[in-house]
Write a protein that binds this ligand. Structure first.
Ligand code: ATP
Ligand code: MG
Length: 437
């Protein structure tokens, strides 16, 4: 992508309304713009990041055996009256009346809708287990939307729903999501800790929140320092593997949010307990027949008797993750994108835009990178070198290539790693292949 033809409205000034680094940086880099409180447009750069996050979430869900579908954003109130949550959900639910006076709502979550789909279509234990998910916008009329996309009103969520015949099988489905979440967040460069959680309005028996540490996080958290030893990406399960030992390993260490933590009964000694703040990026629940019973979602078992199915639900805050990743990975100069979610892998800067040779050589590098499938943002604008460097650091692409007249004379370009700040000179002819590998 040529920057001269891109839509990247960066800001020099720090926007006054943004209180935390990720919000400031998302505005400054032109990733998002606010439409109304807690409601954002994703501009081209932001959308590229959102799509990458989404793709990682999708890959790990698919690998864990979940099946993607898509449910609408607008729902009818009827199903929520059946489950009893229409009243309970309170003011966070955006209620809408259609032209016929029917009560509709913008979905804050989809337990009711998926349970309805399930009960209409699935009648036999032979069709279980099944786990269905979608990645869809949600709306919650948060009392205090803040921190940009971290606590929005409209936000993108991956939500999966598992259906099993027995509670034991339900726990297996829960474990599959638990492990998928560990892998998902690690692939984005995040250290997420599963913490035993309160089940809240979704209700149920078993629940974990996945929390990444950040000083600006909304929850206070307490956990054993031993988590450092675990490597989520070392876990590469195959579909159907027994995952209980892995879940047992992760849950053997103490980790709790404020609501669940009790200082006097904490099993961890003071010198092993870390206190911090964190952001919830995922939340999983096993809640048995909480929805299947009132909504009549049952299947016939092997004896031909109807049994209410055992359900779980599994959420990932896809749009919140964009903010959480920046919160975890930035410096004074800007964002530092982990390669897996970076909007482009490389930023190419032409430092001699008025020089015909320099421009020609940069154009060639740009074309070579594209041919090799390397995502590149090419700063071909007629602005000073200083402005280009500052802008590239702000956007935070993992690699920067700078080529000016002096480099051209020596046949080398400068390659900078945004994480380490390390610079090296690379022969112009080799640079595209180097970045492709
Ligand atoms: P929170 O405690 O942060 O309000 P929640 O417990 O209400 O979240 P869940 O119902 O568990 O959220 O939703 C699943 C995931 O969706 C959360 O783990 C979070 O990552 C994301 N999420 C929830 N609310 C918001 C929001 N207002 N803005 C952005 N993401 C959100
Ligand atoms: Mg939650």
């Amino acid at each position: 992508m040529r920057l001269s033809r891109y839509f990247l409205p960066t800001l020099k000034e720090t926007p006054a309304e943004a209180q935390i680094a990720s919000h400031r940086l998302m505005l400054r880099t032109g990733m998002v713009r606010q439409g109304a409180a807690g409601i954002y447009s994703w501009l081209p750069l932001g959308l590229r990041v959102l799509k990458k996050i989404e793709a990682i979430v999708r890959e790990e869900q698919d690998k864990a055996g979940a099946i993607e579908m898509l449910m609408p954003t607008i729902q009818s109130s009827e199903l929520w009256e059946e489950s009893g949550r229409y009243e309970d959900y309170g003011k966070e639910m955006l209620r809408i009346e259609d032209r016929h006076g029917r009560h509709m709502l913008f979905g804050p979550t989809n337990e009711e809708m998926i349970t309805d789909i399930f009960r209409r279509e699935i009648k036999s234990y032979k069709d279980l287990p099944i786990n269905l998910y979608h990645i869809q916008w949600k709306f919650r009329d948060e009392i205090r939307p803040r921190f940009g996309v971290m606590r929005g009103r409209e936000f993108l969520m991956k939500d999966a729903y598992s259906f099993d015949l027995t509670p034991e099988d339900g726990v297996k489905s829960y474990n599959a999501m638990f492990v998928a979440y560990l892998r998902t967040f690690a692939r984005m460069g995040l250290k997420a800790i599963p913490m035993r959680a309160d089940t809240g309005p979704i209700g149920g028996d078993l629940s974990h929140e996945f929390i990444v540490l950040a000083d600006t996080g909304e929850s206070e958290v307490f956990f054993d320092k031993g988590f450092d030893k675990f490597d989520p990406l070392a876990v590469q399960p195959n579909f159907g593997d027994d995952l209980q030992p892995i879940v047992d390993q992760w849950t053997s260490l103490y980790a709790a949010t404020e609501e669940m933590h009790d200082d006097t009964n904490c099993p961890v000694s003071d010198d092993s307990l870390i206190k911090g703040r964190g952001v919830e990026i995922g939340h999983i629940f096993f809640f048995g027949d909480k929805y299947s019973k009132p909504m009549g979602a049952s299947v016939q078992n092997a004896e031909g008797k109807p049994v209410d199915v055992q359900m779980g639900s599994y959420g990932v805050g896809v749009s919140r993750l964009a903010g959480a990743i920046i919160e975890a990975s930035h410096d004074d100069n800007g964002i530092i994108w982990p390669e897996a979610v970076a909007p482009f892998k490389v930023g190419l800067m032409n430092l001699g835009p008025k020089d015909e040779n320099c421009t020609k050589t940069c154009d060639t590098i740009y074309e070579e990178l594209q041919e090799k499938g390397v995502e590149v943002l090419y700063d071909d604008r007629s602005v000073g070198a200083g402005a280009k460097f500052t802008n590239m650091d702000l956007i935070g692409l993992p690699w920067q290539i700078a080529l000016g007249k002096r480099g051209l004379e020596n046949g080398v370009a400068e390659l900078k790693n945004r994480v380490t700040g390390e610079k090296q000179e690379v022969a112009i002819n080799d640079i595209a292949s180097k970045l492709a590998s």
